[in-house]
Design a protein around this ligand. Structure first.
Ligand SMILES: [Zn+2]
Length: 233
């Protein structure tokens, strides 16, 4: 068995595995932290808050109008009930009635302003909700591509894993330990290809003898600069 080739193949499988896991994590992050969607949701929330506060104000004014109208009715009943005859008292009741009418008029003006503002609030909310829905539709199709990609990557992992395991089981334990140690200490690249006469991992130029040695399946040749196992394709 060609050990160098097996280690090279193991490196390829490890790199494929890392690449896929990294991309899956990236896709999860993209979907979870969609800033545009979060912003559109906060716009809808603000519009909803404004509408709720306007409705509360309207209800307050409506209750005040109700209260003052009832009071006016009572005052009028006293004024024209015939039970009170004292001119001073009648004058006071008259004055109170007028004051109540003025208050009611000003409350009704306030109500009109609030009702107009309510229309605006409803329009703003409707627009914000439509904007959010549009964005969600757009994101759904964008995300469906990402989710499809994620699914495909995930489905490739079991095959890569089983190939790794079967390759590992065929490798000599000492060799595998050496690979693992390099894998951990050299940024998850234990085996480097020889590319254009150089170590592809660190870029150092290799002598023709080194290259020849690396091509020999019986020799485990390491890069003199970075220490990785060299493999001649
Ligand atoms: Zn190197």
């Amino acid at each position: 068995m060609n050990n160098t080739f097996s280690l090279y193949r193991l490196q390829q499988l490890d790199s494929q595995r890392i690449e896929r896991l990294k991309r899956i994590k990236q896709i999860d992050q993209i979907i979870a932290s969609d800033k545009a969607v979060l912003k559109a949701k906060s716009v809808v929330q603000k519009a909803d808050d404004a509408l709720t506060s306007n409705n509360n104000e309207l209800e307050n004014v409506r209750l005040k109008v109700e209260e003052k109208t009832l009071k006016l009715k009572l005052t009028q009943a006293k004024l024209f009930g015939g039970k009170i005859n004292a001119p001073k008292e009648l004058q006071d009741l008259q004055a109170e009635s007028e004051a109540l009418r003025r208050t009611i008029k000003s409350l009704e003006d306030e109500q009109m302003v609030l009702l107009e503002a309510n229309d605006v609030c409803q329009d703003v909310k409707k627009d914000a909700e439509a904007g959010l829905q549009q964005l969600l539709n757009k994101k759904a199709s964008e995300n469906s591509l990402l989710l499809g990609e994620r699914e495909k990557l995930k489905m490739q992992l079991p095959k890569i894993n089983s190939q790794r395991e079967s390759l590992k089981s065929q490798l000599d334990e000492k060799l595998l330990n050496e690979y693992d140690a390099l894998f951990k200490s050299k940024g998850r690249v234990a085996v480097a290809e020889i590319f254009d006469g150089s170590c592809k991992a660190c870029g150092v130029e290799l002598s023709p003898t080194d290259i020849q040695q690396a091509a020999n399946p019986n020799v485990l040749m390491k890069c003199k600069s970075c220490g990785r196992i060299l493999y001649k394709i």
